[in-house]
Design a protein around this ligand. Structure first.
Ligand code: ATP
Ligand code: MG
Length: 597
């Protein structure tokens, strides 16, 4: 390392790859803020702004300042290394894409307002890529001819644009963001499955190497169904996604996907027939259950939805449960439903919400599997202030189809082993997906088999959000004072704090230690500002580099400096002599521990 460093008189310490190893704060752009920015709702967003990592340019559009960029580059390097290891080859595709490709795949119509469309000076429709299936498939259909060219796996690390409805949480849900996206191309399903498994392993390695606590969960794969898709979730309380875990068998699934294996002790007594019952003002399940003295689970909620095509659908669910909208969407064949407003419901069903009835309803009825297991239940009577008690599905009202619609809750039985599920929250940082023939068929990506016949290429796609990964690592690793970086993603490993820059001895010893650290390859940020010690400590905690080394008049009196680890807050006084070596070991040890090796 030593011989690779070049230090111009006024410059930084740079390693063999041109990366800064040692940096003085006074020559940096690392503006810290004491106050929480008003627009930041979650810790990572607040801290990344306060520590001077990112700045907002417009809604969902952020600039990376030097420290933020360093963390981003670290994530990038970790990702690139594993992709290379797993035989994915790096390319770089354009951000601007011609609309024709999207028309071919059918997504020009389907993608909706998240797709940023514009015209060039010739009036040609273009988009800024929210993802690159079309461009990749186009590249491959031109270049791949025969089975000899397969399998092929290509990746890029590139800027995407998605005009998100609600950009928020800083880098977590931006409009412009950087993604690693990879695409696999195989001759058959078995090959595609093996590519998928490789990528799954690469992702496990990547997030482990980032030093993150994560889970791999079965994810919703739209109307395709089956376990075609997994999400990589960094566990954090503020995460947008809820996940179901079984502590006994390890089952893990996104709530959109988690199957409800049954409702224990749920059946109601069989009845001879239903009874129209006066239930004045009982519009809501708890109210109605209390009034009738019945369990909430024995009330059948009738909820009116409208499909994308505007078709009304009545969805039935036991009263103590909620419908998961993605499960409903899949059960409806992929058309996203919206809950009808009270006005719409009354217009279509002819009664106020709360009394809507499936009995004799002239609309499609889809019921949760739990409804099918009820021998009888309470349903609206189709007139204000009345319900039918003892109504039996199939006998008293029609059900067009049954599906698993209910969202699982904590304590529900695991679909694999019947253990109790727990619910945790997470941030989706990566997503792997078996695409099958979707794009290759639509866009004619074919290859010649050994026997001369042609077949479509079987595809998979694999994404990781880089900014989101860095933000999620902050979300998972912070305390009241600031960030607690996992060493692998920390912008620097060590904060060196000379407390009195005006003191010749402190200054010269600290600068000598800085040189020694850098010579040992330790990434060091030296706070050489002439500010009071309290501020240096505060900023060091805020930025949260794994190791802090403090050189002060006091400590130097007996030839020592103070070392503190950010995560454990352990303090030790060590002799200045040999200190750099100890710091190096501490950094290496921290990395190893966090990466679970
Ligand atoms: P989400 O459900 O969060 O919108 P998605 O399913 O749309 O995500 P993919 O299309 O699978 O995401 O994209 C792959 C990865 O890109 C995601 O796992 C995530 O890490 C990242 N990503 C997606 N949308 C954003 C965004 N708006 N801002 C930052 N990163 C994003
Ligand atoms: Mg999205």
């Amino acid at each position: 390392m030593n011989s690779d460093c070049r230090t111009p008189a006024s410059g930084n310490k740079v390693d063999a790859n041109g990366e800064v190893l040692g940096q003085m704060v006074s020559r940096y752009l690392a503006p810290t803020m004491k106050e929480n920015p008003a627009e930041a709702e979650i810790a990572s967003h607040r801290l990344m702004i306060r520590a001077g990592l990112i700045r907002r340019l417009a809604a969902g559009i952020y600039s990376f300042l030097p420290l933020g960029l360093r963390s981003l580059r670290k994530a990038e390097r970790i990702i690139r290394a594993e992709m290379n290891r797993f035989n994915s080859r790096e390319v770089l595709l354009p951000a601007v894409q011609p609309a024709e490709l999207w028309k071919e795949s059918g997504r020009w119509e389907k993608y909706g307002p998240e797709l940023l469309r514009f015209q060039d000076r010739h009036g040609r429709d273009c988009i800024i890529g929210p993802t690159h299936e079309e461009v990749m498939t186009d590249l491959v259909r031109r270049e791949v001819r025969s089975f000899r060219d397969l399998p092929l796996n290509l990746f890029q690390i590139q800027t995407k644009f998605r005009d998100e409805v609600r950009p928020r949480f800083g880098l977590m849900r931006g409009r412009e963001f950087i993604m690693k996206d990879a695409y696999s191309f195989d001759a058959d399903d078995a090959g595609a499955e093996s590519s998928y498994q490789d990528m799954r392993q690469a992702y496990v390695n990547i997030f482990r190497n980032c030093g993150l606590q994560f889970a791999v969960v079965e994810a919703d794969s739209g109307s395709i169904g089956g376990s075609f898709s997994h999400e990589f979730m960094v566990l954090a309380e503020s995460g947008e996604d809820a996940l179901a875990f079984c502590s006994e068998c390890g089952y893990a699934a996104n709530l959109e996907k988690a199957r409800l294996a049954g409702y224990p002790g749920f059946e109601a007594p069989e009845t001879q027939g239903m009874t129209r019952t006066h239930t004045p003002g009982c519009r809501h399940v708890p109210q109605l259950a209390a009034f009738l003295g019945t369990e909430q689970g024995h009330i059948i909620k009738s909820m009116l939805f409208l499909t994308e095509e505007g078709e009304p659908v009545l969805a039935l669910i036991p009263g103590h449960r909620e419908i998961n909208p993605v499960k409903l969407k899949n059960a409806l064949g992929g058309s996203a439903p919206t809950l009808a407003s009270p006005g719409e419901a009354e217009m279509i069903m002819g009664v106020p919400m709360g009394f809507v009835t499936p009995v004799g309803a002239g609309v499609r009825i889809i019921a949760d599997l739990g409804v099918g297991r009820l021998n009888s239940g309470v349903v609206g009577a189709g007139e204000a202030d009345y319900h039918h008690v003892g109504a039996k599905p199939g006998r008293d009202f029609r059900v067009d189809s049954y599906a698993d619609l209910a969202e699982v809750v904590e304590g529900d039985p695991c679909p694999n082993c019947r253990g109790a599920l727990v619910i945790k929250r997470g941030v989706e940082v990566g997503h792997i997906f078996k695409l099958g023939l979707k794009y290759s068929e639509a866009m004619g990506a074919r290859y010649a088999k050994a026997d001369g016949t042609e077949a479509p290429i079987v595809m998979g796609c694999y994404g990781i959000g880089l900014g989101r990964t860095v933000a999620a690592s902050v979300e998972q690793n912070h305390d009241k004072d600031g960030i607690v970086w996992p060493a692998a993603l920390a912008p620097f490993q060590v904060a060196l704090l000379p407390l009195q820059m005006g003191d010749d001895e402190v200054r010269s010893k600290a600068l000598a230690l800085f040189d020694e650290l850098v010579d040992l390859g330790v990434e060091t940020l030296c706070d050489d500002r002439d500010v009071r010690p309290g501020l240096k400590f505060k900023d060091a905690d805020l930025l949260g580099l794994p190791v802090r080394v403090t050189v002060s008049e006091k400590s130097l009196k007996d030839g020592r400096v103070e070392i503190k680890t950010r995560r454990s807050k352990e303090l030790s006084m060590v002799p200045l002599e040999g200190c750099a070596g100890r710091v190096r070991e501490l950094v290496d040890e921290t990395l190893r521990q966090e990466q679970g090796r």
